[in-house]
Design a protein around this ligand. Structure first.
Ligand code: SF4
Length: 237
């Protein structure tokens, strides 16, 4: 349940809890520049071939207070973040919490913008544009996003488009800042690194980004050749 009460800095945080898979800064493969990434936990959409099956279970991950997440956003901004990317999991499976997070992140980001450094908010959702139009409650939860990537991952529709996993997915700028920042990338193919490899505190390895066609299979092949066994990769059923 989400119950919002404004606190001292005008950003409501009391009682808002988000089930998350994790956070990371800096993320460089999910949107322009160095970004804070927040991954929601829980996805009912179950796309075949999803690389993030560990985020499907709504009871997995951990609970995080909105205050904690906004503190991470403030710290990322202090460290030079250019944007926030919210992914999952399916962020809209926790629509009220997402809405509160984006509203808070927008308010916190205004300070950076006032200092001449606008910061954008990008949200990934597996819902299609048509589903969002048909569900005003979901669309409303995205009102503080500058851009969204919409649509299921469809393994049979590979793409080279930057920040998208399959050709059916749409990158949609929603604000003036979103149009400025994402407009030049709508038809651009990905270049450079598309996956970021980060060691996790639990001792495993986390991959952030959108793999190119065949990239995960190649990673498994190379790991095997190097004598490294990948145990329970998140893209295997
Ligand atoms: S690709 Fe995204 S929407 Fe599809 S199952 Fe995975 S987390 Fe859910």
């Amino acid at each position: 349940m989400v119950e919002e009460t404004p606190d001292g800095d005008g950003v409501g945080t009391s009682g808002v809890e988000v089930r998350i898979s994790g956070t990371h800064f800096p993320v460089t493969t999910l949107g322009p520049g160095r970004r804070l990434g927040i991954w929601f936990q829980g996805c009912p959409l179950a796309c075949p071939g999803c690389m993030s099956r560990h985020t499907w279970d709504p009871g997995g991950g951990r609970g995080a207070g909105l205050g904690e997440l906004l503190d991470r956003w403030r710290a990322a901004l202090d460290a030079g973040a250019e944007g926030l990317t919210v992914s999952g999991g399916e962020p809209l499976a926790q629509a009220a919490a997402l809405s509160a997070l984006l509203e808070g992140a927008r308010a916190v980001g205004r300070e950076a913008a006032a200092g001449g450094r606008p910061v954008d908010i990008l949200v990934y959702t597996g819902h299609t544009d048509a589903e969002l139009v048909a569900a005003p409650r979901l669309w409303e939860a995205l009102r503080h996003a500058d851009a969204v990537v919409t649509g299921r991952y469809v393994a049979a529709e590979p793409t080279d488009l930057v920040w998208r996993g399959s050709a059916n997915q749409r990158l949609r700028p929603l604000t003036e800042l979103g149009r400025r920042r994402y407009g030049p990338h709508l038809e651009r193919a990905a270049t450079g690194d598309t996956l970021q490899v980060v060691g996790s505190a639990a001792g495993g390895v986390l991959l952030y980004g959108v793999p190119r066609r065949g990239e995960l299979a190649e990673l498994e092949r190379r790991s095997r050749a190097a004598g490294i066994r990948l145990s329970d990769p998140s893209w295997r059923p």
